[in-house]
Design a protein around this ligand. Structure first.
Ligand code: ZN
Length: 128
């Protein structure tokens, strides 16, 4: 069981790498972007408060235009959050602060995980 799960995890990891590698670069998509910080907080579907939270400063020069986070429920299979569109669209419109949510559709036992990732993005752009 453990072994299967490890194989699964490594398969998912390489798939993700593949998607990141093939995604366009963030600088190519949003050339004026200077700084992008994401505050990422997760909560259970039935909880009001987040149980994990961290800030991610995106390294603009190296980042792909692809945004995803892992689900932090260790029992969640095939879960995770992919919110590329929710980030890229406001960035193209030069929004300096925006937020959104994404629900994990992985499986925990025989039900859907349903954890919710809430992100707050803060961006800075070069003057045109
Ligand atoms: Zn999950």
């Amino acid at each position: 069981m453990m072994r299967t799960r490890n194989l699964e995890a490594s398969r998912r990891f390489s798939e993700r790498r593949e998607r990141e590698d093939h995604a366009p670069r963030l600088v190519a998509e949003v050339p004026d972007l200077e700084v992008l910080d994401l505050v990422l907080a997760e909560r259970r579907a039935d909880a009001e408060r987040a149980d994990t939270s961290h800030t991610r400063r995106i390294v603009i020069a190296a980042a792909p235009a692809y945004f995803q986070s892992n689900c932090s429920d260790t029992n969640c299979l095939d879960g995770g959050y992919e919110y590329t569109r929710q980030i890229m669209q406001p960035l193209r419109e030069r929004s300096t602060r925006f937020e959104g949510e994404h629900t994990c559709l992985g499986n925990v036992g025989n039900r859907t995980c349903g954890r919710i990732l809430h992100f707050i993005a803060t961006a800075r752009f070069r003057d045109r």
